[in-house]
Design a protein around this ligand. Structure first.
Ligand code: UD1
Length: 315
């Protein structure tokens, strides 16, 4: 029996993934509160639902706010985080206060206020550069950045809160997520958002290395689907799930497809590989398929088309 819920809190709900999740929850009649400090999120991401949600500008580190707004929620989707890997390398302590302590505060506020389930956003970063493909949840993690350690720590706490306190915590390891609302403004933004902007501006992108590296790109709508399944399904609590598509595309192939969409004939410039860049990344989504009924619904071509239309329109 699926768990039906009416009230949810989304931390980081003004961010790229969070804002899509909020819209989907509102669409299914859920009463949604968003907590976001707008450090990397944008309130404009919530424009289409702003009259239907409660928006709180605040921090997950603020225990008082958290305890106040979490009351009465049956599910918490925890997406608030310092999302830039580079930022966590520059500031391991400051980022840990948000990504680790902040997450524990969310779990603890949930426990103390009778929340039934918490769905936490984790990352394929926890696998590091282990060469085995596809990456499956049974592999031993090998985090290579503060960001990855922080996400992995969240997973351990989630499991602990499930075991010790019976809180129904679920973790989702996202692979390379793309789609509308992804911020292309930093050199460390997702490659699709960067390439889209370049193509629209008629500029050549930079491909690091020979471009043969591959990634499992998952459209944001499917990440939302995974969150909704994780929140509802009885098999989810206490578990970790990969969220990807189980197919991959090379960075060269990606630029070709985007250039075609934009009718841009510029060849990419090649530069030295990024230090620490992993070569191939591919998710096994067997567990999510079997236990949650997860099935990616948007083909890569379609996802790119939708994403490109959004960047062109919001330019
Ligand atoms: C992604 C995650 C990161 C996580 C890691 C785990 C994103 C945005 N980042 O990093 O949080 O730690 O997976 O494995 O999802 N590239 C170019 N040109 C560019 C930008 C990127 O060639 O202008 C290349 C990169 O060198 C890389 C690939 O494109 O090989 C993907 O880059 P990126 O989107 O930054 O994601 P990951 O490095 O996979």
């Amino acid at each position: 029996m699926a768990f039906m819920f009416r009230r949810a809190l989304v931390t980081g709900g003004a961010g790229f993934i969070g804002s899509h999740l909020v819209a989907a929850l509102v669409g299914q009649g859920c009463d949604v509160t968003v907590l976001d400090n707008l450090a990397s999120g944008h309130q404009t991401n919530l424009d289409t639902v702003k009259d239907k949600i409660t928006f709180i500008k605040g921090d997950i580190k603020d225990e008082r706010v958290l305890n106040r707004i979490i009351k009465g929620c049956e599910v918490v989707f925890h997406l608030a985080a310092v999302v830039s890997v580079t930022q966590t390398v520059k500031d391991p302590v400051g980022s840990a206060l948000v990504n680790e302590l902040g997450a524990i505060r969310v779990l603890d506020a949930a426990r103390k206020n009778g929340v039934r389930r918490v769905v936490l956003s984790s990352s394929s970063a926890v696998y590091g550069d282990a060469p085995q493909l596809p990456k499956s949840e049974s592999m031993i993690p090998a985090p290579m950045s503060p960001y990855a350690v922080q996400k992995l720590t969240n997973e351990y706490y989630a499991e602990l809160y499930h075991r010790l306190y019976g809180l129904e915590a679920v973790c989702l390891r996202y692979f390379n997520v793309y789609g509308p609302h992804q911020d292309p403004s930093s050199p460390y933004s997702g490659v699709i958002s960067i390439f889209m902007l370049k193509a629209i501006n008629g500029e050549a992108p930079i491909i690091y290395g020979d471009g043969g590296q591959t990634r499992d790109f998952v459209f944001v709508k499917d990440v939302v689907q995974a969150n909704l399944l994780a929140a509802a399904h009885e098999a989810a609590p206490g578990r970790v799930f990969n969220v990807g598509t189980s197919s991959s595309v090379s960075v060269n192939g990606l630029w070709e497809m985007i250039a075609r969409l934009a009718q841009c004939r510029l060849p990419a410039k090649h530069e030295a590989p990024r230090p620490g860049d992993i070569v191939h990344s591919l998710a096994s989504i067997q567990r999510a398929k079997e236990l949650l009924g997860f099935q990616p619904s948007v083909t890569f071509e379609e996802g790119l088309r939708l994403t490109f239309a959004w960047y062109r329109q919001s330019k």
